[in-house]
Design a protein around this ligand. Structure first.
Ligand SMILES: [Zn+2]
Length: 208
């Protein structure tokens, strides 16, 4: 909207600082720096649709991932199943409160917020329900991105803690499969999301 001179934006190459007019990319197109060949921008194909589907899958997998047993442990001759929540409770009972809090935050809370965030954003785009409040919402969502991969490390910590604490035979259960699929879904939902496109649409719509 408006005159083209007022709204014209520039894009700088991160590698060599060359300055360009911001290109209008169509799906699947990339903007390459003429000077150094760096890819400066990319319009992902079917970004909204794909991110919507992955986040929906992630939301459906949420409860199985948290509540199904991720491990089987044999304690004093008895076989127990432990879900991710059980592991967190066990950590608290043994006095590892800080680790329990970290595991809860990064293995459950942050990914859940990101998943529902991605779902909400792609839902509003998919069904044309854009509103001004999406701008601050997306800004906050964007910040969570830096924490994206921590849940994988957290899962590793849970498993190794349990093993250290109990010195037992471990077996892998359905819950772990659900948890891994859940991790893949939430990671793919984030990768498929074209943040440039979303910024641009929101700015075109509400900033002026
Ligand atoms: Zn360059």
């Amino acid at each position: 909207m408006g005159t083209s001179i007022d709204t014209k934006q520039f894009i700088a190459c991160e590698q060599c600082d060359a300055l360009y007019e911001k290109p209008d990319l169509i799906q699947g197109q990339r903007a390459k720096c003429v000077r150094c060949g760096n890819i400066m921008a990319e319009r992902k194909v079917d970004s909204i649709e794909r991110s919507f589907n992955w986040s929906l899958a992630g939301i459906l997998l949420l409860l199985p991932a948290i509540l199904l047993p991720i491990m089987g442990v044999t304690l004093a001759g008895q076989y127990h199943h432990a879900s991710l929540l059980d592991c967190i409770v066990a950590l608290i009972e043994r006095g590892f409160l800080m680790i329990a809090i970290l595991v809860f935050l990064f293995a459950i809370a942050v990914p859940v917020v990101r998943l529902f965030g991605a779902f909400y954003i792609t839902y509003t785009f998919k069904f044309n329900k854009l509103k001004p409040s999406l701008l601050p919402f997306f800004k906050a969502f964007h910040h969570l991105d830096s924490w994206a991969m921590l849940n994988v490390f957290m899962l590793g910590i849970v498993v190794s803690m349990y093993k250290l604490l109990d010195d037992t035979e471990l077996s892998v259960n359905m819950g772990l499969l659900a948890f891994i699929l859940w991790l893949i879904s939430s990671t793919m939902a984030a990768i498929a999301l074209d943040q440039d496109y979303i910024w641009q649409r929101l700015e075109d719509e509400f900033v002026n």
